[in-house]
Design a protein around this ligand. Structure first.
Ligand code: 6R9
Length: 684
């Protein structure tokens, strides 16, 4: 989109005036130092954190070049610290215990709560003690499957406090996905909740968790404790529940006569959280860990279909999540910060929990969705808490844009100074609406590019320094040495497009794929030895701005959620009648991308509405509701090369109705292309 290259928005003066980084000169100077002297740069930052034992030797040790031996990255090794201590105890000891850490907003606006830093610390200690007394030790993995409630933050910090490793699985994932992640990470303890309302829809979390536990048992993992938060008893049920109960007795199955939510109970593993913590002490000594000890595993989609257990370690991640939070949102005491991401994704890990707490920030923790009970819910929350820094996804912005400016204008949003986005490229139209309507033209928009693997922002504007261009993530963060490479590995200098890669390590980067270091090396370091390969493409414009163009591998990005083609295809293949499936991304006005699936049926199979429903349900069940395909097309054959590889680029063209197929001469049977084109579905 060349036309946007010349549209520039200067940083708002009121932000620049007091910003941590207030000019491009300062940014360039700091960035240059971070690249040239990474140990000194991050060494200075490390001084702001508590280390029980200082780093004895080198701050950084690494090899990025597979041709020279195994890839490894170590920051601050030998230093001993604890991220929970730096998130909570440090602030409480500094006299900030009474400050609000989180305002909680439930799915229903009537349900609200708040928690201070000292209250959070006491709760964390109780859970830490309980887990320890039930055999959870340093290095053990604890799975967490919860809604956006304060106990989720408590659970992750408690795990970190005792030196254990959390594996948080997004509460929208299915039982299969949860079990797969628990099995891969050998998690023998689960923390979950009974259920949660998402808008009018009830998600039976405990039921899904129970199914996952039985799958785990079948495959040899004995989960010995399932700690369950009793959440449903304290929330307001949507009016539709009362209607349903009165009108349709059949819908009563999950509730008793008094509308109490019912769950099944296995007393050999299930323990109510409330009972567990009530008797535990609120003093729990910190377990000091090495900076390079693991902090968490978070699964992200991989192009082979099997999710990758991205492993982050304590010290580097702590420095990086805190520093990116401080600079990208230009955080100052007194700010109220609101990130709408679920903690089950990396954005929630780094920018709901760790980044804000490490900075001693006050945040809003939101359980609900942007459109319930009305389409102004985000704006209502911003007005209510006088939010100054707001962080959401392009898909949410596009969803809300559809309702026009009025639902936004009803609220006073003048407290906003920084507006962030993350998850996928933001189209300039959405960027401009966000800036003009939500920010009233006075707030800085920061389009932050990063990945589960990078731990924190890697390309982003700084609100008080960077003149922004709508749709561009602008410039690298401190410590990131950006490079664009062409197919042959030659560097693209100046203007041009290429593979987005980084030359040297930064503290927040992943250290390995859990139990699969080989896959870590092949995925990120094999194609271009000496570089970390993001898997995204990018363009550099004449002014040096970086425009991320999207994935160049077989990955799909639906509403900011990464999925692999293989993952969806293997779900479809589990439907009895399906012989073969090929999935591609197709542009979608709200989701960014949606799924278009081409399926070949077995002999005698019939492409009926019932089958389409079965296929959709299978994908929802195997992965989660967000992965449901929008388009399913019957394919008598698929365009394959003679070696049998499906030519997805042709399918992508067919999906959008573009006849410009390019060279299809290497296809075993080029005639299928025309047949598929003629029969493409008109709408979802
Ligand atoms: C944080 C997060 C990572 C992938 C990434 C890229 C896409 C994220 C983006 C963006 C363009 C942005 N992505 N932010 N693309 N501009 N500002 O989303 O992590 O779920 O691992 O996804 O998302 O394709 O490679 P994750």
């Amino acid at each position: 989109m060349a036309s946007c290259d010349d549209q520039v928005f200067n940083p708002p003066e009121n932000v620049s005036k007091k910003a941590h980084c207030s000019s491009m000169e300062q940014y360039k100077e700091m960035h240059a130092r971070s690249i040239k002297y990474p140990e000194a740069f991050w060494g200075d930052i490390a001084k702001e954190f508590y280390f029980d034992q200082p780093v004895p030797g080198k701050f950084l040790d690494y090899n990025f070049d597979v041709s020279k031996g195994p890839v490894y990255v170590k920051w601050l090794e030998g230093g001993r610290t604890n991220i929970c201590y730096n998130c909570l105890d440090k602030h409480v000891l500094a006299g900030k215990g009474d400050q609000i850490a989180f305002y909680w907003e439930g799915n229903d606006p009537a349900d609200t709560d708040s928690v201070t830093f000292s209250e959070l610390l006491s709760d964390v200690c109780r859970v830490g003690n309980y887990l320890q007394s039930h055999g959870v030790n340093k290095g053990d993995t604890v799975a967490i499957y919860m809604p956006m409630i304060k106990e989720l933050v408590v659970a992750m910090l408690a795990v970190a406090r005792i030196g254990a490793v959390h594996n948080i699985v997004f509460g929208g994932y299915s039982s299969d996905s949860l079990a797969e992640r628990m099995l891969d990470s050998s998690a023998s303890v689960l923390i979950c909740a009974d259920g949660v309302w998402r808008a009018n829809k009830l998600v039976h979390l405990k039921e899904i968790a129970d199914e996952a536990l039985s799958l785990c048992r079948q495959r040899g993992l004995d989960v010995r404790l399932s700690l369950v938060v009793q959440h449903m008893a304290r929330v307001t049920h949507p009016p539709s529940l009362h209607d349903a109960i009165n009108g349709h007795p059949a819908k009563k199955t999950h509730f008793d006569d008094k509308l109490n939510y019912k769950v099944s109970w296995n007393s050999s593993v299930d323990v109510w959280w409330e009972e567990a913590v009530s008797s535990a002490s609120d003093q729990c000594p910190v377990v000091w860990v090495d900076a390079e000890d693991p902090l968490f595993i978070l699964y992200t989609s991989g192009s082979t279909g099997k999710p990758k257990g991205v492993l982050h370690t304590v010290g580097g991640y702590m420095l990086y999540s805190a520093t990116t939070f401080k600079y990208s949102f230009d955080y100052h005491p007194g700010d109220v910060y609101f990130c709408t991401a679920d903690i089950g994704w990396i954005t929630g890990h780094s920018y709901v929990t760790y980044g804000p707490l490490l900075n001693g920030a006050t945040s809003v923790l939101f359980e609900g969705v942007p459109t319930y009970p009305h389409t102004g819910r985000f704006w209502e929350i911003i007005q209510k808490y006088k939010v100054s820094k707001f962080y959401t996804a392009p898909t949410a912005i596009r969803t809300l844009m559809k309702f026009g400016d009025d639902p936004v204008k009803k609220y006073d949003l003048s407290s906003l100074t920084v507006l962030g986005t993350v998850g996928e490229p933001i189209n300039p139209e959405a960027w401009l609406w966000y800036h003009r309507v939500v920010g009233g033209g006075n707030a800085a928009v920061v389009d932050t590019f990063w990945q589960t693997e990078t731990g924190g922002h890697v390309i982003t504007p700084l609100p008080g320094a960077t003149p922004t261009k709508p749709g561009s993530a602008c410039f690298p963060f401190f410590g990131i040495s950006v490079c664009l490479l062409d197919e042959s590995g030659e560097e693209v200098l100046g203007e041009g497009e290429g593979y987005l890669v980084f030359r040297q390590p930064w503290p927040g980067m992943m250290r390995t794929i859990y139990k699969n270091h080989q896959r870590f090396q092949t995925t990120y370091f094999q194609k271009f030895p000496g570089y970390y390969c993001t898997g995204d493409g990018a363009r550099r414009d004449k002014d040096g701005y970086i425009w991320v163009t999207g994935r160049i591998d077989d990955m799909l990005n639906v509403s900011g959620h990464l999925l692999s083609t293989a993952q969806v295809e293997s779900a479809l293949l589990e439907v009895e009648q399906v012989a073969e499936a090929a999935v591609v991304a197709r542009p979608h006005p709200v989701k960014g991308e949606c799924l278009h699936c081409f399926v070949t049926l077995k002999e005698g199979g019939k492409f009926t509405d019932a089958l389409v429903t079965d296929m959709k349900n299978k994908v929802r069940g195997k992965i989660g509701p967000f992965a449901q395909p929008d388009y399913l097309q019957l394919a008598p054959g698929l365009p394959k090369t003679r070696s049998g590889k499906i030519m997805r680029r042709v399918l992508r063209k067919i999906a959008v109705g573009d006849r410009d197929f390019g060279d299809i001469s290497t296809l075993a049977d080029p005639s299928v292309v025309e047949i598929l084109f003629q029969h493409r579905p008109a709408n979802a």
